[in-house]
Ligand binder design. Structure first.
Ligand code: NDP
Length: 290
């Protein structure tokens, strides 16, 4: 079993970004500035945003965290987004999802100026991605592309199977892997909850990407020998051996795969998650005027 080390790769990218920031400052250019809006006190969201802010400190970006109460209404949140849109010091920003149920999340994402939308969730950036035009791509699929690139994994002509069709992972992943580029040029099959004969399809995958949010859904019998398996899932399961009583695990039953299996796999944690942060920072650097 070959492990694709997302954590190590993320640190390598962050070290490159640190150098790029130092170079910018030497030339008298602006320090990149990422802002994040968080609404309410969802523990998971707080942890994710905390990691992003910490990573900003590591690479030398300025960061701003805007914490808003769960009770904020649509108009109030849109005003906060507009403030960041018009703040020339902020190069890029994110609105951490999920938002409270009374908020129309899509309307909020559409308020973000596309050139500050470093999460790549605005319809203009999604449209550019589908047309193959330059713009911001969502960080998780971009991070997977970067792992494939840095691990020299051949993608041309390969059959990539993607489990999940969400706007933030499955759909952009399909677009990136099918692009006429390197990495890219895959023949892609995108699966979802209504797909029939799923195991038959996954067994034909040279590259299998699991992004459904179901712990250990992908079992060894669903994986082709020698395949590249990218596990995007983040699922919390009970674990009495931990002080917290739980731990994070992926969509792939990695513990059931034998050690002499000859493929490549990303672990959870330590695979795709850290790459998502590295690519968010990369997008922020790209959003900063040269
Ligand atoms: P969504 O819930 O938005 O989408 C899940 C997708 O999986 C849907 O398209 C759904 O199909 C499909 N699906 C659900 N059950 C099945 C099934 N039995 N067979 C086939 N397809 C199925 O999730 P996200 O895309 O936002 O996230 C997916 C996972 O990735 C989650 O665990 C999330 O936490 C994780 N994640 C990790 C990130 C990271 O940085 N590592 C970043 C983003 C997400 P349908 O459309 O038919 O409902």
């Amino acid at each position: 079993m070959n492990i694709i080390d997302g954590k190590g790769t993320s640190i390598a990218i962050q070290d490159e970004l640190k150098l790029a920031v130092a170079e910018r400052l030497k030339k008298g250019l602006k320090r990149p500035h990422l802002a994040a809006i968080i609404v309410g006190d969802n523990a998971g969201s707080r942890a994710y945003v905390g990691h992003k802010i910490k990573a900003c400190e590591y690479v030398g970006f300025e960061s701003t965290l805007i914490e808003l109460p769960k009770s904020i209404d649509q108009k109030g949140l849109e005003n906060e987004v507009q403030k960041l849109n018009s703040n020339p010091s902020v190069d890029g920003f994110i609105v951490q999802l999920p938002l409270p149920e009374h908020i129309d999340s899509q309307a909020i994402l559409e308020c973000v100026l596309p050139h500050k939308d470093v999460d790549g969730f605005h319809p203009i950036n999604a449209g550019k991605l589908s047309l193959g035009l330059p713009g911001f791509s969502p960080a998780t699929p971009s991070g997977i592309m970067e792992l494939l690139r840095r691990y020299d994994i051949e993608t041309e002509g390969k059959h990539a199977v993607i489990l999940g069709r969400s706007a933030i992972v499955g759909t952009p992943m399909t677009l990136l892997l099918s692009r006429n580029a390197d990495p890219g040029n895959c023949t892609v099959t995108m699966c979802h909850s209504r797909t029939q004969n799923l195991g038959e399809i996954t067994r034909s995958a040279d590259i299998l990407i699991a992004a459904i949010g179901r712990a250990h859904f992908v079992t060894p019998d669903m994986i082709k020998p020698g395949a590249v398996v990218i596990d995007v899932g983040i699922n919390r399961i009970a674990d009495s051996s931990r002080k917290s009583g739980s731990r994070l695990t992926g969509d792939v039953a990695m513990h059931e795969i034998s050690a002499d299996w000859n493929g490549y796999i990303t672990p959870v944690p330590g695979g795709v998650g850290p790459m998502t942060i590295a690519m968010l920072l990369t997008n922020t650097l790209d959003a900063t005027p040269a």
